[in-house]
Design a protein around this ligand. Sequence first.
Ligand SMILES: CC(C)(COP(=O)(O)OP(=O)(O)OC[C@H]1O[C@@H](n2cnc3c(N)ncnc32)[C@H](O)[C@@H]1OP(=O)(O)O)[C@@H](O)C(=O)NCCC(=O)NCCS
Length: 163
Amino acid sequence: MQLIPITAVDEDLSVRMECDAEMMRYIGGPRPEADVRATHKRRLELTEKGLAHMFKMVADDSGEVLGTVGYWKIDWKGPQAYEMGWLVLPEHQGKGTATLGARLILARAGADPDVSAMYAFPAVNNAASNAIARKIGMQLQGEFNNEGFAGVLRCNDWRIDLD
Ligand SMILES: CC(C)(COP(=O)(O)OP(=O)(O)OC[C@H]1O[C@@H](n2cnc3c(N)ncnc32)[C@H](O)[C@@H]1OP(=O)(O)O)[C@@H](O)C(=O)NCCC(=O)NCCS
């Protein structure tokens, strides 16, 4: 798998994933298309400022897009904290795609001097996502009410130190 930086041409990929009820089942449900398009542009602005690092996961052999993975700066429990996230298209789920993508992101973030700690906040009932956090070596800190675009979601707080 290769990680290829997300650009403006990937806006429709964001819409395909983030307007889909099944994909968004544990992340607050499908979002309005206009919101997703605006969010895509905002992510690109954060990327230009070095505050977000967003990638497509692309299969080495077929060149097919498998999903997206990335990390972005957050204001959480001290300086130099980042959150990572992963989304895999339905036809590529259940094959280790997200786990591999997450490992590749951790390797990148480990080489990034601005990253001290990496967090992931899957909903407590998102079994696949919690399994990924555990498998890549994150430590469970506990649960919290995560307030975001989706309202309040009960999430796990997973952390790994990258100093
Ligand atoms: C969560 C998601 C990224 C997992 O992607 P994936 O490529 O299928 O994950 P993997 O194949 O690497 O599997 C990860 C682990 O989850 C388990 N898993 C996969 N699908 C599962 C499911 N539906 N229920 C329970 N466990 C599941 C796998 O068995 C694996 O654990 P194991 O190795 O201990 O068996 C994918 O389902 C997805 O994109 N969901 C919608 C978006 C989302 O919820 N993103 C996460 C937000 S925090």
